[in-house]
Design a binder for this molecule. Structure first.
Ligand code: PSV
Ligand code: MN
Ligand code: MN
Length: 406
């Protein structure tokens, strides 16, 4: 970046009434967690293409996640998934993360890969299976306490494939009962993030199928329960930014699993296919952050857990994560450039085209000079992809060989 490019950008934004120092600070404050499982081998039901250099255990996954942070400066935690990341000594995992400059983020229980869960986990009609699933949730709360994580991130595969297969209402109540037990085990400063997904692996009904069901559950449970929005978990054409604004206003937006989708839950690099959608989501968040009229919304917006949830099937994992973090930053930066005073005025005047233009104008700016400047000031790499490529880390990990963690 030349200083000239940045100076020009600064001048341009100043003329629009944008406080660039404030924008820079907001970008610096944006932390996006990476998923440990996104560093392992993954694929589709057709084939897993094994890559060389895949981490062989949770410790190596953490080392790879630390690389993302090293170059972006904005990914200081890695979420873990239990039992995929089961270790004998969680304190050792925590120290290992700290030695590599990151923290352990959200703890994700896994109640979808055991034969016992064929007909459901916490909504199974068999009480002994529900108990087994709840015990695992409680084990994850203990793990979170050991690694000093404040979030349990929950996704359930529970659902049915055929009409009549099970009783929806009973399952709803079992879900509530099970989650209440988990809720009660949380410390006051911990929270549970409830994810929803409208289909898959069950194809007829899913117990937590949409944001409304997750929201209702979070409301019933109480203030330590919030909704988690996975951008891949909606039907085509769902207006995710509207869902986000609604949850923000209800003070129930807990966090995000960012990824990109074309058809379904594709788990591709964030904003690979849908940059404008991520921008519009970010715009709602920035608007809430800046909403002096509603300090509650601003507080909620300031407490969002941003996470990636991606599984890279054909591309190298670490640079794919770096690219995603850069894309999130890029779209957040653009969202920060929306002139909110002007937008309010356009909305008050009910000037449809002016309002649309105010939002569009921000999206159309090239924020590269801004992001380079921010990363330089943060001591990160101004160009993270290039810096990672030049670092030699990708070559170094080849010695791990093939057959790493799945
Ligand atoms: C399910 O599709 C999901 O998005 C949930 O977040 C899980 O935790 C994650 O994938 C990994 O299984
Ligand atoms: Mn997810
Ligand atoms: Mn998913």
């Amino acid at each position: 970046m030349s200083d000239k490019q940045y100076a020009l950008f600064e001048e341009q934004q100043k003329a629009r009434g944008i406080d660039l120092e404030k924008v820079k600070n907001k970008i610096k404050g944006l932390e996006v967690e990476t998923p440990s499982w996104g560093f392992g081998d993954s694929g589709t039901r057709f084939k897993v293409f094994e890559q060389e250099g895949i981490p062989r255990d949770p410790f190596e996954k953490i080392e790879d996640a630390a690389q993302v942070h090293k170059f972006t400066g904005s990914s200081g935690a890695a979420a873990i998934h239990i039992p995929w990341d089961k270790v004998d000594d969680y304190k050792a995992l925590k120290s290992h993360a700290e030695d590599h400059g990151i923290a352990i983020g959200a703890v994700n229980p896994n109640v979808f890969q055991d034969d016992d869960y064929k007909f459901g986990s916490i909504t199974n009609s068999d009480p002994s299976i529900r108990k087994k699933a709840v015990d695992h949730l409680l084990e994850c709360v203990d793990i979170a306490k050991e690694v000093d994580s404040k979030a349990i991130s929950l996704w359930f595969a529970d659902g049915t494939n055929y009409p009549g297969q099970a009783d929806f209402r009973k399952r709803k109540n079992w879900m509530h009962e099970s989650l209440q037990t988990l809720y009660n085990a949380l410390d006051e400063d911990m929270r549970m993030l409830i994810e929803y997904k409208f289909f898959e692996p069950a194809f007829y009904h899913t117990d937590l199928a949409d944001w409304g069901m997750a929201f209702n559950m979070a409301n019933k449970l109480g203030p330590k329960a919030d909704v988690l929005v996975d951008t891949g978990h909606h039907p085509q054409a769902a207006n995710i930014e509207h869902i986000v604004a609604y949850l923000l206003d209800e003070k129930k937006l807990g966090g995000f699993h960012f990824n990109s989708r074309k058809y379904a839950d594709d788990d591709l690099i964030v904003a690979a296919h849908n940059p404008h959608e991520i921008f519009l989501i970010m715009q709602q968040i920035v608007a809430a952050e800046e909403d002096g009229g509603d300090p509650g919304a601003a507080r909620t917006a300031g407490n969002i857990a941003y996470m990636l949830d991606q599984c890279h099937n054909i591309e190298p994992k670490i640079p794919a994560m770096i690219r995603s973090i850069m894309n999130v930053q890029n779209l957040y930066a653009k969202a920060c450039l929306v002139n909110l005073d002007e937008l309010r005025e356009a909305q008050e005047k009910q000037d449809v085209l002016w309002a649309e233009e105010v939002v569009r104008e921000a999206y159309e700016f090239d924020v590269t000079p801004l992001l380079k400047a921010v990363r330089e000031e943060m001591g990160a790499a101004p160009e993270p992809m290039k810096a990672y490529r030049a670092s030699g880390y990708a070559e170094k990990i080849l010695k791990r060989g093939k057959g790493g963690a799945g």
